[in-house]
Design a protein around this ligand. Structure first.
Ligand SMILES: [Zn+2]
Ligand SMILES: [Zn+2]
Length: 269
């Protein structure tokens, strides 16, 4: 691996949603009834290389937060600015999937090319969206915006596993949506996998308990295993929405405590 140059990775929180543990798993378990609150955090991720910075997902804005009754704490660009990243100059954005919480804030990355799996565009513009429960987590304007980017020459499609740069690759696992992709990144501590919604919480993958918003349960369960297989250790897999991420990984500086976590370094104790 001597030839690979390591990346830095940052998780940037922009919102959260208080909810119950029972909302986060398929199938009631004996202790779920009294397991109480299990909130979700909302993140985007920045992958900083020697030459360029890649962004993974773009979050949603305050208007969408009101519409969906989710808390937007700050625009994701504020966290980026704190890291010295100018959203307007970003050239490449990887979209893990097109759910509303992963691909909004349309005006932030105006120069960027968007990296998406073939199957995600197929899923969100075809017959599966005839079903209300499947289309509910999508916003039509996000999908339309992606089609507009396509016609502006600003979408790069991927099919399955593809390397985007040395030490940086995308991997379709589906499950949660038909075209969900994870991102694998080479770092000083080895291979880190940004699982995004392949596993919302550590508990989903650790206990092999699927999250209830799902296109294919078998693929979601296989996706947990795939994330572990692609990472240097189970501690190298980063779930998409777990508040524990900000507790397990250090902030890059004290001012960013509770906002940004650095994922390319070892977890705290
Ligand atoms: Zn999702
Ligand atoms: Zn999500």
């Amino acid at each position: 691996m001597a030839e690979l140059r390591p990346y830095e990775i940052y998780a940037i929180k922009y919102g959260d949603h208080p909810r119950l543990a029972a909302d986060n798993f398929i199938g009631a378990m004996p202790d779920d009834a009294h397991s109480g609150p299990m909130p979700l955090d909302y993140f985007i991720w920045a992958i900083k290389g020697a030459d360029k910075t890649w962004i993974v997902d773009t979050g949603f804005d305050a208007a969408m937060g009101r519409q969906r009754q989710r808390n937007v704490i700050r625009c994701p660009s504020v966290g980026l600015q704190a890291l010295g990243i100018d959203a307007g100059k970003i050239e490449d954005v990887i979209i893990t999937h097109l759910h509303y919480d992963h691909c909004g804030n349309h005006s932030l990355f105006e120069r960027a090319r968007y990296h998406l799996q073939d199957k995600e565009m197929f899923y969100t513009t075809g017959r599966c969206m005839c079903h209300a429960p499947l289309r509910h987590p999508f916003d039509v304007e996000d999908v339309v915006k992606m089609v507009r980017r396509l016609y502006d020459g600003r979408v790069a499609f991927h099919d399955g596993d593809e390397e985007l740069a040395p030490g940086l690759s995308v991997h379709r696992v589906g499950g949660h949506t038909m075209g969900l992709q994870m991102v694998r990144v080479w770092t000083e501590r080895g291979w880190v996998v940004l699982a995004s919604d392949a596993s919302h919480l550590y508990a989903n993958m650790e206990q092999a308990r699927p999250y209830p918003i799902v296109y294919n349960v078998a693929d979601m369960l296989a996706g947990h295993q795939r994330a572990y297989a692609l990472a240097s250790s189970p501690q190298h897999v980063i779930p998409g929405h777990d508040p524990l991420v900000l507790k397990r990984y250090p902030a890059p500086n004290p001012a960013l405590e509770g906002i940004v976590a650095r994922l390319d370094v070892a977890p705290l104790s």
